[in-house]
Write a protein that binds this ligand. Structure first.
Ligand code: HEM
Ligand code: HEM
Length: 577
């Protein structure tokens, strides 16, 4: 800054005076806030470029849209369950007794200018927020971006997704229409199913018997203050950790575990990210303007004696719904109380167990491999077949439960028996993910093999050559150095040797069982993987290719300009890996 001022000093006195004033102001602020030095670093912060890094940003910007539209909604929404008579402009409900929360939600939809747009934008942004988080989480998982040093950010992410879902559910409950109340009724059932303390918890939450008068004002505080505050704090921590760790990158020439290659924050990345905010805002505005969502006027106010046909929860609740629908009606009666496993297991235990398993995966992987190094280069999904297959299995569980949540719709649309669908789903959620796991794992391994083929023998050109003897063969050409580098920029997987019952001195090893489990998991996870070719194999591959080249020398013209240059198909740099 002072350098710039000195330069201007020499040129124009009027300008230099203004610049000196500006510098003084900046110095004043910097002395107190220390921003200049930290900003200097931030400005030069490098961010690698890949489309998949956009997913976290979609989550971020849709959260901003939620904050902005949510604040507007608070101007008109009254979170009260006090009964009033609706007198707004929606004819079909005029004169109906309803809560003030429902009446003001109707007002926002019909009588506040732009209100429906904002309500719908808010709701679409909520859908997008959770979808973006989930897909972002999958990309982090499948590329191994959760490895050291990013495990804490992975766990923060886990809390973010959980809070996001609860926040969405709380929002969905606020308008107090029939769908809201039906959702709350399910939540009440889930809470009551907690063994021993369930009823007390429900009474505590609803301030007495369901539905009571307290739930909407309470959910309102949770929805506009508590959870947004927590989300904001955690997102800030998430971002700070990304800056601190630096972003991961894909392997390629010049990109190592020690550097980050990409665009600087200023001006490129800031402009890109800033522009992206407007795209996300624009898309949600378009959706809010054009696509109807949650038409709360359709079913009327909440009435515990009514249920709606055809009501659907928001998409992210689909799996909870599916779990509840396929669970057999198990109950235990003990000392005059009923333990409702039919609700407790699918409603609380199963979703939490699934989330815990996914969140624990990085730690499980690190324990099995014993790898304590930092990783800044991403794994190609195929190079971690077990991890990728596990994700495929989880997505399958999710999809099946989602379908199970719509078993009534499947039954009516496809003229099927609902009982049959339920029975099918009960078996399918255990069997199909295992099959998917096996297929996905073999698929990854096949792709690894394909990579090795390409490295050793070049890529298939589709050009069929006829030899002097009359035989046909396909022409292969070497891949570029960049590609060869990227393909070989991975490590060999090590499989732990079987555990031994005694240590080196023949004394029984106490940790034997744990070591045995670890080595079994290690061979389950890594033994079938195809390792990248060794330097010697690559060398041999290219000699072989050269030999072929000599044989084919006279027939070379068809390969439209590509020179077969065996020496360069595998560079020295590649061999280093
Ligand atoms: C409110 C929700 C979230 C927001 C706003 C958010 C935002 C971001 C952004 C902008 C990035 C950098 C760009 C990118 O890699 O996409 C990032 C990276 C990351 N996020 Fe999130 N995220 C959220 C939720 C999650 C969740 C649910 C998880 C996982 C459970 C997660 C784990 C991570 C990790 C491990 C990184 C570092 C990845 C790397 O350096 O390659 N995040 N997040
Ligand atoms: C992650 C953040 C958020 C999510 C996922 C979310 C989700 C939702 C959803 C799904 C609804 C139901 C909308 C409908 O009636 O169709 C809703 C309603 C509402 N939200 Fe949010 N919201 C979030 C943040 C906020 C914030 C930060 C505020 C205010 C500061 C807010 C204020 C409201 C209000 C006042 C309503 C009731 C309006 C109405 O339904 O008529 N929300 N929210």
């Amino acid at each position: 800054m002072t350098d710039d001022v000195a330069k201007t000093n020499g040129t124009n006195p009027a300008q230099s005076k203004a610049a000196a004033k500006g510098a003084a102001a900046v110095k004043w602020a910097d002395d107190r806030l220390g921003l200049a030095s930290s900003n200097k670093k931030m400005i030069r912060k490098v961010f690698p470029d890949h489309w998949s890094f956009m997913l976290g940003e979609i989550a971020l910007w849709s959260f901003v849209v939620l904050l902005v539209t949510g604040v507007f909604l608070t101007f008109w929404f009254v979170p009260s369950m006090a009964e009033i008579q609706y007198q707004g402009s929606y004819d079909q409900l005029r004169g109906v007794e309803m809560s003030q929360a429902y009446a003001t939600s109707l007002d926002i939809s019909f009588d506040v200018r732009g209100g429906l747009l904002l309500r719908q934008m808010h709701h679409w942004a909520a859908m997008l927020f959770i979808a973006a988080m989930l897909i972002h989480m999958m990309r982090v998982f499948v590329t191994g971006a959760f490895r050291k040093p990013r495990e804490v950010n992975w766990l923060i992410g886990g809390v973010l997704i959980l809070l996001g879902v609860v926040e969405g559910f709380a929002g969905y409950s606020l308008p107090d229409d029939l769908l809201s109340g039906t959702g709350l009724r399910i939540a009440d059932g889930l809470i009551k199913a907690t063994p021993l303390v369930g009823t007390y918890m429900s009474f505590f939450m609803f301030d007495g018997e369901f539905p009571g008068e307290a739930i909407i004002p309470r959910l309102y505080t949770v929805h506009v203050l508590l959870i947004p505050g927590l989300l904001l704090a955690l997102i800030a921590a998430h971002m700070l950790l990304i800056v601190y760790h630096k972003h991961t990158q894909w392997a390629g020439p010049g990109k190592t575990e020690e550097n980050v290659v990409g665009y600087p924050m200023m001006p490129v990345y800031a402009a890109k990210a800033g522009g992206f905010f407007f795209i996300v805002f624009g898309v949600t505005a378009l959706m809010g303007g054009l696509l109807s969502i949650n038409p709360i006027w359709k079913y009327g106010p909440y009435d515990p004696s009514k249920v709606t046909a055809g009501s659907q929860p928001d998409w992210y609740m689909g799996i909870a719904e599916g779990l509840l629908r396929i669970m057999p009606g198990w109950e235990t009666h003990l000392f005059g109380t009923t333990l409702s496993w039919n609700i407790f297991l699918p409603g609380q235990v199963a979703p939490m167990a699934l989330l815990a398993l996914i969140l624990a995966w990085p730690f499980l992987e690190a324990w099995v491999t014993g790898d304590k190094r930092e990783h800044h280069l991403l794994d190609r999904p195929r190079n971690a077949p077990t991890r990728t297959a596990f994700l495929a299995a989880m997505v399958t569980v999710y999809g099946l439960l989602w379908a199970a949540g719509g078993n009534d719709i499947i039954a009516t649309q496809f003229h099927m028996n609902m009982e049959h669908i339920t029975w099918f789903m009960r078996a399918a959620v255990f069997v199909v993910p295992v099959i998917v796991f096996m297929i996905a794992k073999r698929w990854c391994i096949a792709l690894q093999r394909h990579d090795n083929e390409t490295l050793l023998h070049g890529y298939e050109t589709g050009i069929i050559m006829r030899s002097a003897e009359g035989g046909y063969s396909e022409r292969h050409l070497p891949i570029s150095e960049e590609k060869a580098f990227a393909l070989t920029a991975r490590e060999r997987d090590e499989v732990l040797p079987p555990a031994s019952k005694t240590d080196a001195d023949g004394v029984a090893d106490k940790g034997y069982r744990v070591q045995e489990l670890r080595s079994k998991l290690s061979s389950f996870m890594y033994a079938d993987n195809v390792q990248k070719p060794t330097a010697a194999e690559l060398e041999e591959g290219h000699h072989h290719a050269e030999h072929e080249h000599e044989l084919e020398a006279g027939l070379d013209h068809a390969a439209d300009g590509h020179q077969f240059d065996g020496h360069h198909s595998v560079s020295d740099e590649t061999l280093r890996h």
